[in-house]
Design a protein around this ligand. Sequence first.
Ligand code: 5RP
Length: 229
Amino acid sequence: MGSPRASAAASLDGIEGQKRAAAQAAAALVNDGDRVGLGTGSTVAYFLPALSARGLSLRCVATSLATERAARELGLAVEELDELGRLDIAIDGADQIDPRGWLVKGGGGAHTREKIVAASAARLVVIASAEKAVSSLGPPVPLEVLRFGAGTTLASLGEARLRDAPPSPDGNPIADYFGPVDDPPALAARLSSVPGVVEHGLFAPGLVSDILIAGPGGVEHRKLNRETP
Ligand code: 5RP
């Protein structure tokens, strides 16, 4: 039988162990009394029990029904964002993370709520396994689009198509943009300018305060200069 240190190291060789390690490190950043934004996805699914296990007094807002259900089952108090207003911290996963802190999010189709929650929080902590760290972002970039004229909206973008997946938490279709992503600020501005695009999955570094990436060697903690709104 290996030592606890050896088995902990071994568990970080796999993606699931890395997600769990990043999630546990993030749970340690939450303080008693915090108003907490809860993201969506399989990495956040590891974060929720780690947060619940701390036994803190918290008020939380969830970015999807799946997260809301899981959080409530774990005894976390979930309220509407408008009841909480400003949040102290939000924790969420990502699909891609570039060296500057640009993110692609929305693999689970919840990126609009996630962006609203991130913008409402004093601190956004991103949690991920090592394969999410990329040298440069690439397609697809998720889009939430209005159902009215969705085909026309996507046609105006060129390389975009509806995703064969459930709608967003607010009932809107989810699509993906497959064009180049080599200039994230320019692409973010272009996607934001298209009527019918409710929100895109590019998150600027100014939204992000901390990135916890777990790899075989442990959890790396990158701190960014969050633009406090
Ligand atoms: C959902 C998201 C998720 O945070 C992102 O897709 C990462 O998910 P996972 O932790 O399952 O890899 O943006 O809209």
